[in-house]
Design a protein around this ligand. Sequence first.
Ligand SMILES: [Zn+2]
Length: 184
Amino acid sequence: MAKLFFRYAAMNSGKSTQLLQIANNYESMGKTVALFTSAMDDRYGFGKITSRLNLQRDARTFSPELNFLAEDFGQTACILIDEAQFITPEQVHQLHELAHTRNIPVICFGLRTDFRGEPFPGSGMLLALADEIEEIKTICECGKKATMHIRIDADGRRVKEGPQVEIGGNARYRAVCARCFYRL
Ligand SMILES: [Zn+2]
């Protein structure tokens, strides 16, 4: 049976590149994939998934109102979700049900925690329900594995307070290890 996967990482870890690579693999076998990204994140244009290598694909968008169980997945061989930290806990349940009742694998790529080290609600539920969880590894400037990220302002200073969601481009975030997260 199909599974719900959660592949998480810190910011700027190449998650979108991996997602587009998987889409490509399926399509090279003549299969159809459904790509989703957050309706909130329009850094690169509404409904686009863009990787650091400048690959770009159109995607369907999800907002908190979307019911994944009501979407038409016809011949879809795999559902790929970028910015999965923005899905709601209820949507995680929908995707889990989809994978197990309709036998479509669902692969979610997203952040585990925000810049304060707090979990995104959707990511918390993904960690609880996903059948397989995998960490995409990134390196901190100090050489250790980056598991957190920090938000920085336009002058490069660290910002510790503010709303969980403030989409201002990847340049506003830096992936760091836990030691640097507490010491910087
Ligand atoms: Zn570090």
